[in-house]
Design a protein around this ligand. Structure first.
Ligand code: RP5
Length: 286
């Protein structure tokens, strides 16, 4: 399960302007990404969004004397361990992005210094025609997969309906909660409505297959804060359970829909990689 992480490269978190800001990343050519490659000209911009200040889900500044994080371990309820192995704390006391340079120091929009843990539910069904028969791609002779995608409010990009793991929350709870919030609009329901929604997907969400845990090439990553995720596939083979539900966008999602898998999809962060792995696992058309 652990990823052969050392070979990983990031792209989306080295591009131009930092999300929801006018802060320009210092340019980092691909060969200068690894920390062990000298880059004497490197002058990353320092940026931590002001929106983080005083938020209960965000860390204080590193310099704050009362802030004594236990790096590389479970720190009270906050998971500061990385799936990539132990990360380095530099001389100034900042954790270093395990993939390498991003052109920005500080936390940007991310709440935690070091790893920020998320979970991504990849909910799939087969594409069917109007009679209910599987659609088979003529070139590969394989059935075509569809997955639940949401359109993010922040960037407008389509994405897997993942979200942050709350302190002390189990990954399986995050996977179900985020799906309910972003693709079923559970936050707008009263307690009874929420319970009904949960009942309708409870059994389905018990049969997930975890296939990735590791770094995410998220556009919000910085040199000192980055996203990691656990991605699990929940598959409705006969299209008879979750495959039938009406999707309603909620919370951070502007839209939600069943998206037909296509290798040319342009998705948020490196979510296309997760879809590709799911396709392989299901032996679907790519
Ligand atoms: C990505 O950001 C993860 O893969 C996950 O989909 C998402 C979590 O962040 P929020 O959607 O909560 O902002 O890196």
């Amino acid at each position: 399960m652990r990823n052969k992480f050392i070979r990983m490269m990031h792209y989306k978190c080295r591009q131009g302007i930092y999300p929801s800001s006018n802060v320009k990343r210092f340019e980092v050519p691909e060969d200068k990404v690894p920390w062990n490659v000298d880059y004497p000209e490197y002058e990353p911009v320092k940026y931590t969004a002001s929106v983080l200040k005083g938020k209960p889900w965000a860390d204080p500044e590193i310099e704050e004397v009362s802030f004594k994080p236990n790096w590389n371990s479970f720190d009270e309820k906050v998971n500061r361990k990385s799936f990539t192995g132990d990360y380095v704390i530099n001389e100034e006391g900042y954790p270093l992005n395990p993939v390498g340079r991003t052109g920005i120091i500080g936390r940007g929009l991310l709440g935690r210094w070091g790893p920020n843990h998320a979970a991504d539910p990849i909910v799939t069904r087969w594409k069917r025609n109007t009679t209910g028969a599987l659609e088979i791609d003529k070139t590969t002779d394989k059935p075509i997969l569809q997955f639940v995608a949401i359109q993010r409010r922040d960037s407008g990009e389509w994405a897997i309906p993942g979200g942050m793991v709350d302190p002390g929350e189990t990954i399986s709870a995050t996977l179900k909660r985020e799906f309910m919030e972003e693709a079923m609009n559970s936050l707008e329901k009263d307690d009874i409505g929420k319970e009904e929604l949960e009942c309708s997907i409870k059994e389905f969400f018990e049969k997930g297959e975890e296939f990735y845990e590791g770094y995410v090439d998220d556009p919000r990553n910085t040199d000192n804060a980055w996203m990691e995720t656990v991605a699990s596939n929940f598959h409705d083979e006969h299209g008879s359970t979750v495959g039938q539900i009406t999707l309603t966008a909620g919370d951070d999602a502007r839209n939600a829909k069943w998206m037909t898998v296509d290798r040319n999809l342009n998705l948020y962060a490196n979510h296309i990689e997760f879809i590709k792995r799911t396709v392989r696992k299901r032996n679907a058309h790519w």
